[in-house]
Every structure is written in structure tokens, then in C-alpha cells.
Design a protein around this ligand. Structure first.
Ligand code: BGC
Length: 920
């Protein structure tokens, strides 16, 4: 008893001393670690990959003042806090993105385990983050022992393109003669247990890989679309769990893909005819040397059930011809042929730098009906890109045909006239084995309706599922408001992006086009980046843009290129997109990597101009309403735009002489534009809305003249009964330019219109995606008699950016959302709007409500950033945060009054502001 008190006291003393020794830990915590914008990538090309993280924290005004990165070659070393590859030490910096690895040299295959900790605004450090990793890819051509192999049996199938049953207006410029898909296989024995194994695999064409009967990975259309003469991507997979001691089988199906199949209206074989495969398995064995298994002449090949697979035409699968068990060991391939080896392929191999195309979502039909005896149509309720999964229970040899369309004709047949040469049909021949569940994998369609024929029993909704397929890009944004119409338009924009962000940003997913049109991509890039994490996607596509550039400096109009002519506004994407990349992701890599190419394009523009007026051709303001803007106006406007951006990029990169040079040129173009293309009464040549919009948005006239141009723009809109006449180039500039020039009301009015031409008109006529033309279809008039009539074309959807940045008010002040602006501009009778955006630095939210005269604004600002908040009142005492007058709080820094708003600066955290609305 007597000892109790002293013992307790001693224990307390020890506890206190120890707790004092332990330093406090900050809850500012690094999460979401990324390497080259990817989560735990397995093959990285970059010698010095860039790392980044987001920060989480409670409370307000949280900031990073320093960080430490550890990179280790094993997880064990990292667990002991040993960064044998790189220990950055404590680096005083608030940067969290695009930090280049600065450790020891990284050679092929090296595994890197990494973690980071940060110090907060009080210099208190966080715990270490959870462990992330990356591995280096095969960096050198000598790393590849595998041979290119293929199966070139000259077996032309009889499935040629014919008028029926594909007819209904489908017209082709080129012959279509598909070949069956090569099946390739190889068995091999492993005598030891497997420690780990990776496969590096690529194809000319697209491939599907199986190991011991299991499909490897979730990716489709790999290795993606490039100019295969310039570079070919490979994919890497960890296959440790798929291999086993003893006999193993590797099996691959090849299909035409972009390489040999139909692309755009160029027909088949644009890049080449002969499908090829290259794969290398690198296996670490227990207690033995690693071994490498490769594609070579010892593989066997045959044709199987896949009689044709073309991205536009569709797939034909004859289940009776399935070589049962061919993907597993013990299959008798003695009758299979030898493969051919080829050594003529010289394009460099690089690890795929982005996120692959995958199956993203399943949707069930909203209705199934019989349109003719035995012919059923399933309405999926949503236009999208992908395919249908179908359950079949028919007799051996029975043929089921699936045809796809975006809309129905008045007689309930499929509207296929807008598919042009894309047959868009899949065929399945039953093996008669009970229920057979089938879906294609080497084709995709843009559709809302599927017509199914060949069923002997009525088709039920249970039998069919829509599979939504696109690049697996994380969703980063959301938008909603009190206007159902705007919400519908927003949803349509999002679905058109989903349908077209398919390895490259395509124009449309249904007809014989599906190409990386650069004009569309540049006008939509900002909208795209609010909706989804497109960093790695654009990083990949900018390589395509650069690969396509011509020797004389011309950027093409489509990337990867397919021999399409060039034109300004499309080619200018080569300059605009690297700039936007920096603006959105605080990433200077693209601008420095492509600086030389961009300056060559600028030189090309200069060489093709006279007195600073550009004479470069263009595709015009695509899909305008009888309101063609003269080429010289568009081309000179874009000449100025690109020159100005080039000057800015030169400035960011510290190339002061160039910045000066381009600024001078930009001023000269501006002068010439306003002198030669704007008359004395302020009319821009051509007198189109797009002409005025470009002149205003690209700063092409002196400030004193701007109001006159604004008046002309407004009166043109009024003259048309408050309607727009813009195509994709003008539409992109319309709402921001109106709002920024004192016509917010008109911007809202145009957005909320439901008569022709407007986004609302599309919605009223059943659109579930953005359409290519304003007059594509109406219930009243039916379809336009044109085959250029995509009903899933994101370009007009470039107004999505305005919803995020102006209706909800989320913007960035400078690159990469380090300094955020929350400047919502209520209007159009909206009583509420909310957007979220997961920026490169974390999640931002702006949500406002208008209640009678009271305005409330909920804001979330991520740690380590600041924000300027624009409250729509200039009477300070009406502005409160969580009920407290902001003027009495030290937490808010008053910045300035604008004409109708008060601007205050805040640090990170969650806020609830209120004010009288519009009080002055
Ligand atoms: C595409 C457009 C593209 C245009 C160029 C079309 O066929 O679908 O989106 O920008 O060509 O004028």
C-alpha cells in the first residue's frame, strides 16, 4: 500500500516526460499521391517523373510551408524511413504538384516506393503519407527481346460491305473487306514458385491478353491510338497472381483497331494491314534467376470465332468456331499455324502515358418494343458510346444481329443516315448451348437504340445491358442549379464528353469519323477539365498533336493525323492546349517540350500573312447558322490569339526576348485587324456574331471601340429574335464575352432559350447529349437531310466552362488553382446553383442560394490555397460569415469594392457567407 503513490507518480512523470518529447503532429495531411498524374503507375517513361499530392486538413487557413519526399527501392526500406533512391530532405516550399524526382538515376524496371510528409503554417510536420509507388518502364530499345509476330493467312472472309441489311442510308466511300481476328498462343513451364512477374505488351492493331484463361487487366483498345510510324505505346501488367508453378498458357487475340481497321472515312489499312503482337513476360522466380518469355516464332496461331472486328463496322462472332480451351493449358494446337516474325517495325516503344479505355458503367433499357415481327428495339434512354451485352438462348447456327442508332425514324426504324460509312452492327452466331451471354470488345458504337433481330422468343429488358465505354478518367466536377433546363444541358455536355474522350478527344462516336479534331478539342478543353481529370489524357494527346506536325511548321487539324487538311483554329490547338494545360494544372512541361514546335507554327502563320493579316485557310465557324465568318477574320483573330499566348508562355519559361518579340507581333496583328477588318462604324468584316465575339474576346480592337462592337453584337442577336448564329468557334466565346461586357442577362437568356437555335431546343427535342448542329432534328421538322448530323458532338458544349466559372463562379487566379476565385454571377431567374471541382490542389465548392433579397454562399477552399470571394453587395455590414459581420473579423481580408460586389480574401476552409443581394 505504502508504495502505491510513489509508483503511480513515477509512471505519470514518465508519461509526461515522454509525451513532451514526442513532437506534435499536424493534421495537414498529404493524400492522393500521384506520379505523372497516375496512381501507382507500373511503367513510367520519364527519367525524372513528376510527383504530386493533395492536402487534407481540418479548420481554416491551413498551408504547407515545407515538404519531404522519400523514395526507396523497396517497401521495407521506406518503412524504415530510408529513401535510398531519394531523400529530398526538408524543402521549404508550398508546392504540391509537378515536383520532379531528383534522386539517383532510375533505370528500366526499377520499382520506386515513396511517401511524403509536410510541415504546416506553424512549422509542425504531418505524419508520413501512405505509401505510393511507381515503376520505371522499359526505357531502352535493347530492353526488348521480344519479336513482333503475326498471323498473315491470306484468308479474306466473304463479309463485304453490301446494301442490305445495313442499308438505310449508310454510304461508304471505300470498300470494306474484313479479316477474322488472329488468335495467338503459347504454353510454357515454370519449375519454381513465382515471386513476381510483369508482362510488357503491345500491338499493331489492338489486343486482348489472357493468362491461364484469365483476361489480363480491365483495359480495352490497347495500346491506344498513335501515329504508329512515329511511336507505339505498350502496356504493362503485374501478372504475379496469374502465373503458377508448372504449365502456363499465354493467349492473345488481335484485332484491327485504328491501325488496320476503318478510321474516319479513310477506309481500312490507313497505317498498315498486318496485325502484329509483341509481348515480354519478365518473371522473378524463387531461388533462381529471373526468366524472360517472349513472343517469337515458336508461337502458334489460328482464326477463331471472331470473324470480323472493326471499330466502325462492328463485330461478328460465330460461337460455333470457338476453339474450346485455347486460352488454357492442354489445348491441342498441333493443327495451328506457325506465326510470322517481322523485323521491319522501327517506331520506338513507350509506356502508355495515360488512362486506358475501360468499361465504366452499365445501363438497362428504359423500354423494349417489337417494331416489326421478330425485330425488337431497346431504348437505352441515353445516347452514349460503348456496346450492348446480350443474353441469347437460341438454336445452334441461329444468327442474332444488333444494329445501333442514336435516334429512331418516324416509323420506328433506326435513323442510320448520319452514320455514313459506319455499318455499326454486331452479329452473333449461336452455338446452341443454352444461355449464351455475349458482348463485343474490339468495336464500339455511339447509340441510344439497339435493334435486335434473330430472336425466336420476345426480347425482354433483362436480356440486354448497355455498356458505357470510354477513357477511365476520374470525374472531377459536378454542377446543379434551380433551372432544370440548365441541369439537362450540363448533363448532356457530360455525356458527350464521356462518349468522346476515347483515348483521343474525338468529335463524335457514331459515324465514320471519330477523329481527334483539334478545333473541337481546344474549345472544349477547359470544360473537359472541370468535368474530369484530363491531365494525363491531354498529356498523351499533345504527343499526338506534336507527332502530326509537318516539316513546314503546320499543325494538322486532326491528331493523330489521317491526311486531313490543316486550318487555323484547329491547328492553333497546338499552341492553345499547352497554354491551357499550364493554366489548369500548373504544368509547364507541355509548353517547354513543344515550345520549338509552337514557334514553328507561329512562323508558318507569319509566313502566310501579309501586313499581319493571316491568309491561312480554316474550316470556318463550323456549324454556324447561315452566318459564315470570313476566313481572314477567323485566321487573323487566331493568329493574334496564338501569338499572344506564345508571348505569355515565353514569359513563363523565362524567354524574355521571345516574349517581347511575340508581344510586338501580337500588337501589330491587333492594329492590322482593327484597321483592315473593322470599318469606321465598328463593323467587323462579315458582320457575324462570331466576328464580333472574336474581336472582343481576343482583344483585337482598341478599348474605345469595344462598346461599339458590343452594340453590334447585341443588335445582331436582337435582330434574330434573341438568337445566336454561332458555330463551334463563336459559341465557345459567346456567354463569357456577353457576361464580361455588361450583358449577363442576355447570356442567361440565350442559355435558357428553348426555340431554335439553342441548347434548350435540343433538350426539348429529346437530346441526351450535345448535338453537332443546331438544326439536326426537331419533332416538328424531323431530321435535317444531311449526313453531317452527329447527335453526340461535344463542341457546342464548351459552355460547360461558363456554368462552373460564372454561374457557380469557380475560377483560378493564375495557374493551377493555387489562388482561387469564387465569383458567382446569379441571373436568369435562378435561385440556386452549386458546383464542385476537384482541382489539382483539392476540392473546391461553391454553392449559392438567393432567397428574396438575401444571398447565401457556401464555399469550400482546399488547404494550401487562398480564395478571393466576390459577394454581390457593396454594403459591408450586410456581409456575414456564419452569422458574424466580416468587417468585425480579422480572418477576412477586405480587398476592394467592385461596382456591385465586395471582394474579400480568405484562406482554406469551409465558409458560409450571407449578404443582402445587390445592396449598394
Ligand atoms: C467534324 C467537326 C470538325 C470539322 C472540321 C467535322 O467533320 O465532325 O467536329 O471540327 O469536321 O470542320
Amino acid at each position: 500500500m505504502r508504495f502505491r503513490f510513489p509508483v503511480l507518480a513515477l509512471l505519470i512523470f514518465i508519461a509526461v516526460v515522454f509525451s513532451r518529447c514526442e513532437s506534435p503532429v499536424s493534421d495537414l495531411h498529404p493524400t492522393n499521391l500521384r506520379c505523372e498524374y497516375l496512381e501507382d503507375p507500373i511503367a513510367i517513361n520519364e527519367a525524372a517523373p513528376r510527383l504530386g499530392w493533395e492536402l487534407e486538413a481540418s479548420g481554416r487557413n491551413r498551408a504547407q510551408t515545407a515538404y519531404q519526399v522519400l523514395v526507396a527501392s523497396t517497401a521495407e526500406l521506406l518503412a524504415k524511413d530510408l529513401g535510398d533512391l531519394w531523400n529530398s530532405g526538408k524543402v521549404t516550399s508550398d508546392e504540391t504538384v509537378n515536383l520532379s524526382y531528383r534522386g539517383g538515376e532510375l533505370t528500366s524496371r526499377v520499382s520506386c516506393f515513396w511517401k511524403v510528409r509536410v510541415w504546416d503554417q506553424n512549422n509542425v510536420s504531418s505524419d508520413w503519407s501512405s505509401v505510393a509507388q511507381w515503376s520505371m518502364g522499359l526505357l531502352d530499345s535493347t530492353d526488348w527481346q521480344a519479336k513482333w509476330i503475326g498471323y498473315d493467312a491470306a484468308l479474306y472472309d466473304t463479309i463485304a460491305f453490301g446494301p442490305q441489311p445495313w442499308g438505310n442510308g449508310i454510304t461508304r466511300k471505300t470498300e470494306y473487306r474484313p479479316l477474322p481476328c488472329p488468335y495467338l498462343r503459347k504454353e510454357f513451364k515454370l519449375n519454381e514458385n513465382i515471386e513476381s512477374a510483369k508482362v510488357y505488351i503491345t500491338a499493331l492493331g489492338i489486343y486482348e491478353l489472357h493468362i491461364n484463361g484469365e483476361r489480363v487487366g480491365k483495359d480495352y483498345f490497347t495500346p491506344g491510338w498513335t501515329d504508329y510510324n512515329k511511336r507505339i505505346y505498350y502496356n504493362a501488367y503485374d501478372i504475379s497472381s496469374l502465373l503458377r508453378q508448372g504449365e502456363n498458357t499465354i493467349a492473345v487475340i488481335l484485332a484491327d483497331g485504328w491501325y488496320a481497321g476503318n478510321i474516319a472515312d479513310r477506309g481500312q489499312h490507313y497505317y498498315g494491314k498486318h496485325l502484329r503482337l509483341k509481348a515480354q513476360l519478365e518473371i522473378q522466380r524463387e531461388g533462381n534467376e529471373p526468366i524472360v518469355l517472349i513472343t517469337d516464332g515458336s508461337w502458334k496461331a489460328a482464326f477463331g470465332a471472331l470473324r470480323e472486328a472493326d471499330m466502325q463496322a462492328g463485330e461478328t462472332y460465330d460461337a460455333r468456331l470457338e476453339p474450346i480451351g485455347w486460352r488454357n493449358i492442354g489445348f491441342d494446337d498441333s493443327q495451328w499455324s506457325d506465326v510470322v516474325e517481322s523485323d521491319s517495325i522501327t517506331a520506338p516503344l513507350e509506356a502508355y502515358p495515360s488512362k486506358t479505355v475501360q468499361k465504366i458503367e452499365e445501363i438497362k433499357p428504359i423500354a423494349v418494343y417489337e417494331t416489326r415481327p421478330g425485330v425488337y428495339v431497346a431504348d437505352m434512354g441515353q445516347n452514349f458510346a460503348g456496346w450492348a451485352n446480350i443474353s441469347i438462348n437460341e438454336k445452334r447456327g441461329d444468327t442474332i444481329t444488333l444494329r445501333f442508332a442514336e435516334k429512331l425514324e418516324a416509323d420506328s426504324s433506326l435513323y442510320t443516315r448520319n452514320l455514313r460509312g459506319a455499318r455499326a452492327s454486331d452479329t452473333y452466331v449461336s452455338k446452341g448451348d443454352g444461355v449464351e451471354v455475349w458482348e463485343p470488345r474490339f468495336t464500339y458504337h455511339g447509340f441510344q437504340y439497339v435493334e435486335i433481330s434473330g430472336f425466336s422468343k420476345p426480347l425482354s429488358e433483362e436480356d440486354i445491358t448497355g455498356i458505357v465505354v470510354h477513357s477511365n478518367l476520374e470525374r472531377t466536377g459536378s454542377f446543379s442549379s434551380s433551372s432544370e433546363l440548365i441541369n439537362e444541358i450540363y448533363k448532356n455536355i457530360f455525356w458527350s464528353q464521356r462518349s468522346n474522350y476515347f483515348d483521343v478527344p474525338t468529335d463524335c462516336p457514331q459515324r465514320d469519323e471519330r477523329a481527334g479534331w483539334m478545333g473541337d478539342a481546344q474549345v472544349f478543353m477547359r470544360t473537359a477539365s472541370y468535368n474530369m481529370d484530363v491531365a494525363s489524357f491531354y498529356k498523351k494527346w499533345l504527343v499526338d498533336v506534336s507527332d502530326a506536325q509537318k516539316d513546314d511548321g503546320r499543325f494538322t487539324s486532326v491528331a493523330p493525323n489521317m491526311g486531313v487538311r490543316y486550318g487555323t483554329a484547329w491547328g492553333d490547338a497546338g499552341v492553345i492546349c499547352p497554354w491551357l494545360f499550364h493554366d489548369i494544372y500548373n504544368d509547364t512541361n507541355a509548353m517547354s517540350k513543344y515550345y520549338h514546335g509552337m514557334s514553328r507554327w507561329l512562323q508558318f502563320l507569319e509566313d502566310n500573312s501579309e501586313n499581319n493579316l493571316s491568309s491561312v485557310i480554316t474550316f470556318g465557324d463550323w456549324q454556324n447558322v447561315n452566318s459564315e465568318t470570313p476566313t481572314e477574320v477567323i485566321s487573323t483573330a487566331y493568329f493574334k490569339r496564338s501569338t499572344e499566348l506564345m508571348a505569355k508562355m515565353a514569359g513563363v519559361l523565362g524567354r524574355e526576348t521571345d516574349a517581347k518579340k511575340y508581344n510586338t507581333l501580337s500588337d501589330k496583328i491587333r492594329e492590322s485587324f482593327s484597321e483592315k477588318l473593322v470599318n469606321d462604324s465598328g463593323h467587323v468584316q462579315g458582320r457575324t456574331q462570331t466576328g464580333y465575339l472574336m474581336a472582343l474576346a481576343f482583344d483585337l480592337v482598341p478599348d474605345s471601340v469595344r462598346p461599339i462592337l458590343v452594340d453590334h453584337l447585341i443588335s445582331d442577336i436582337a435582330k434574330r429574335d434573341t438568337a445566336i448564329s454561332t458555330g463551334i468557334l463563336g459559341t465557345h466565346l459567346l456567354l463569357p464575352t456577353l457576361a464580361e461586357n455588361g450583358h449577363l442577362d442576355l447570356a442567361y437568356k440565350l442559355l435558357l432559350k428553348t426555340d431554335f437555335p439553342s441548347w434548350g431546343h435540343h433538350v426539348e427535342n429529346g437530346a441526351t447529349t450535345i448535338w453537332e448542329r443546331w438544326d439536326g432534328y426537331s419533332d416538328e421538322k424531323g431530321f435535317i437531310e444531311e449526313d453531317i448530323n452527329s447527335l453526340n458532338h461535344y463542341a457546342y458544349g464548351s459552355i460547360g466552362e461558363w456554368m462552373y466559372s460564372t454561374i457557380a463562379g469557380i475560377q483560378s487566379d493564375g495557374p493551377g488553382f493555387k489562388h482561387i476565385v469564387i465569383h458567382p454571377k446569379p441571373g436568369g431567374g435562378l435561385t440556386q446553383a452549386e458546383a464542385t471541382y476537384k482541382s489539382i490542389r483539392g476540392s473546391i465548392r461553391s454553392s449559392w442560394k438567393l432567397n428574396e433579397d438575401t444571398f447565401s454562399l457556401d464555399v469550400n477552399i482546399p488547404p494550401n490555397t487562398t480564395a478571393l470571394i466576390y459577394m454581390p453587395s457593396t454594403v459591408m455590414h450586410t456581409i456575414k460569415e456564419s452569422g458574424q459581420m466580416i468587417s468585425t473579423s480579422k480572418e477576412f481580408e477586405f480587398k476592394r469594392f467592385d461596382s456591385t460586389t465586395t471582394v474579400i480574401k480568405v484562406g482554406s476552409g469551409n465558409y458560409r457567407f450571407t449578404s443582402d443581394f445587390g445592396a449598394r
